[in-house]
Write a protein that binds this ligand. Structure first.
Ligand SMILES: Cc1cc2nc3c(=O)[nH]c(=O)nc-3n(C[C@H](O)[C@H](O)[C@H](O)COP(=O)(O)OP(=O)(O)OC[C@H]3O[C@@H](n4cnc5c(N)ncnc54)[C@H](O)[C@@H]3O)c2cc1C
Length: 464
């Protein structure tokens, strides 16, 4: 056993899909649990992007221990192949899960964890460190802060609330903070809640991921229904294969479709695409917002715009864990051992070998970061990955080494590795020597070969 089986609970930070799954696994193993959720309901982050339709269907979106708890109360998982929106994921799965009496008893909403430390000592002190409980500073809805003690911590607080900036260098562009009121981060609900802010406006969307794709497609729908909207899309990279996607080869058809729809949008000139653009400065002029940065041919100014949507991804909030001894990858900010498995510099396919408590452990004993936060700045996280992570972590905390070490994960492939932009324009398919054999669990030929040789595969990007 790695933890003393005292009465103190395992603290789970965050009531998103992965935090709730962790709580369900802890309950299944009769380990005391307390889950802290900053929002006034669980899954506050999912609800914030609730208008977005997931690209993974129900069969990938629910956790086994959570499903078992729900099934005992007569819950049936919605049809396997249906893709819910974030709101539906909350209403049909996460909210009923959180309402189960054992779960509800463990959950504290309006409870934001401000810091995590070993009780009574700072990060420097080694003596008897692992025998001390964790001390969590928890702020309630009124702003009062209390200290709660825990025997172990699973930080599943996500990354949604710490978006990457407009500035391509990872720091805010000059003027970004001052002009914040004209900017939206993530995936604003441009067809619903935020519609009025975008009607008839000149809009710049920045970012090369699925969030940017969702925003662009929604804005184009808004333009179709209202007629007047000027849409520009700026991306830092030159290679758009990851976002424009594997199309029919994607094992998640909705994800493939998203890329295909976006490709069509670009090809029909409904959106002006500026690739290879690194934003540096934001200014307000008499005509509107101007964004200046670097492009292939030197300095470039884009604009004028009325609104800017910054969909450049998220990053983990490391301030929360400042006093915990973490071993993080220098650039991904994920656990160091996990990083080579998910590094977007090496993996463009989104395929991740199974990983569990060992890869997610830190020098701070009994402390884990799980869920999308465990990926740090890597963009390819899927819920199914997080469910397997917390299953393994909880088994380890329960002393069940066999279950903890038996990590299995089957994830859908994106069906695309990396192609040059010119190839996309010509409609070329795939990369790395072409598509993998139909039945292979790989996205392209080289990836398939790597897997055959016992390697993790998906290093195709390097060779491409
Ligand atoms: C737009 C979008 C679409 C996505 N689509 C898919 C998809 O189709 N399929 C898929 O598998 N994955 C998808 N993902 C990726 C990922 O699976 C989701 O982001 C998922 O919600 C991650 O779950 P999580 O529990 O790790 O984090 P989150 O869902 O972000 O949950 C974290 C929770 O922690 C709370 N919290 C934050 N800080 C604190 C704190 N200090 N104290 C207490 N509570 C705190 C938050 O309020 C939140 O409820 C998508 C992500 C986004 C953004």
């Amino acid at each position: 056993m790695t933890v003393q089986m005292d009465d103190r609970p395992v603290a789970v930070i965050g009531g998103g899909p992965v935090g709730l799954a962790a709580a369900a696994h802890l309950l299944a193993r009769n380990l005391p649990v307390r889950l802290y959720e900053a929002g006034d309901t669980v899954a506050a982050n999912v609800r914030d992007w609730g208008h977005v339709r997931l690209f993974s269907p129900w069969r990938f979106n629910s956790d086994k221990a959570a499903t078992a708890l729900l099934a005992r109360r007569g819950w049936h998982r919605p049809p396997d192949d249906v893709m819910p929106t974030g709101h539906e994921l909350y209403a049909e799965y996460l909210a009923p899960l959180a309402a189960i009496p054992e779960m509800a008893a463990a959950i504290r909403t309006n409870a934001r964890v401000r810091s995590i430390a070993r009780h009574g000592v700072d990060k420097v002190v080694s003596r008897d460190r692992s025998t001390r409980p964790f001390a969590l500073a928890v702020e309630d809805g009124t702003g009062d802060v209390r200290i709660d003690l825990a025997r172990a911590v699973i930080d599943a607080s996500g990354t949604w609330q710490t978006p990457n900036p407009l500035g391509a260098g990872g720091v805010p562009a000059i003027g970004e903070s001052a002009l914040r009121r004209y900017l939206a981060y993530g995936v604003p609900d441009v067809l619903g809640r935020d519609r009025m802010a975008y009607l008839g406006k000149r809009v710049l969307v920045v970012g090369g991921g699925h969030s940017a794709a969702n925003v662009l497609l929604d804005l184009s729908r808004l333009a179709q229904s209202t007629g007047s909207l000027h849409l520009t899309w700026a991306v830092r990279g030159e290679n758009l294969s990851r976002i424009l996607g594997g199309g029919a080869a994607d094992q998640l058809p909705a994800r493939g479709q998203l890329g295909a729809d976006l490709k069509q949008l670009v090809e029909t000139a409904a959106v002006r695409l500026v690739s290879g653009f690194s934003a540096e400065r934001l200014e307000q002029t008499a005509g509107g917002l101007m964004v200046t940065g670097n492009a292939q041919r030197g300095s470039l100014s884009l604009g004028p715009f009325d609104r800017i949507v910054v969909s450049t991804g998220q990053r983990p909030d490391l301030a929360l864990t400042r006093e915990a001894r973490l071993d993080l990858d220098p650039w991904l900010e994920s656990p160091r051992t996990l990083a080579p498995l998910i590094d977007p510099n090496l993996h463009s396919c989104g395929t991740v070998p199974p990983h569990g408590h060992r890869e997610l452990s830190h020098p701070e004993q009994d402390f884990y970061v799980a869920g999308i936060k465990s990926y740090g700045r890597a963009p390819t996280f899927l819920m199914a990955t997080g469910y397997e992570q917390v299953r393994s972590i909880v088994a380890h905390l329960a002393g069940d080494a066999a279950a903890a070490n038996d990590v299995r994960l089957v994830l859908p492939e994106t069906g695309v590795c990396s192609t040059a932009p010119a190839q996309i324009a010509q409609g070329a398919e795939g990369c790395c020597g072409g598509p993998a054999p139909a039945a292979a669990d790989a996205c392209c030929v080289q990836d398939h070969q790597a897997k055959q040789e016992g390697q993790s595969g998906c290093g195709c990007n390097v060779a491409a």
